[in-house]
Write a protein that binds this ligand. Structure first.
Ligand SMILES: [Zn+2]
Length: 127
């Protein structure tokens, strides 16, 4: 019984440490460390673009247009045909996990870590 409690405590402790590390690493995995932006339109995968190269992505769907711009490792909605313009006003994003959402046009752009399999975040902190 006593042994079981200790085991659970250790697992809980490890869980908190790992959670903290993941959150910490996320903040440091930015565009310059090989991030990319994943775009989804109407819930469907549209494409992934590296943040290391400046680019403009035009999305046209059902008469709606969205211009997503990648510039200096940051992503922003340059132009949108939507009425509320919330996506345009959201400004620039560059951190893994951040996203720009255009609800009326159903366009989502989310920053992803390009090499999700590695623990690159730790390296990024040391640099
Ligand atoms: Zn919008």
């Amino acid at each position: 019984m006593f042994k079981e409690i200790r085991k659970a405590d250790i697992l809980l402790f490890l869980f908190f440490i790992i959670s903290a590390l993941v959150l910490f690493a996320r903040d440091f995995v930015t565009a310059s460390e090989g991030g990319s932006v994943e775009i989804r339109v109407d819930g469907e995968y549209y494409g992934t673009y590296p943040l290391s190269a400046d680019d403009t992505i035009l999305i046209e769907r059902d008469g709606h247009t969205n211009w997503i711009r990648i510039e200096s490792g940051e992503v922003f909605m340059a132009e949108s045909s939507c009425k509320n313009q919330i996506c345009v006003n959201e400004g620039h994003i560059h951190t893994v996990g951040q996203s720009i959402i255009c609800l009326p046009n159903r366009v989502v752009a989310e920053i992803k870590s390009q090499d999700a399999g590695t623990t690159d975040g730790v390296d990024a902190v040391a640099r």
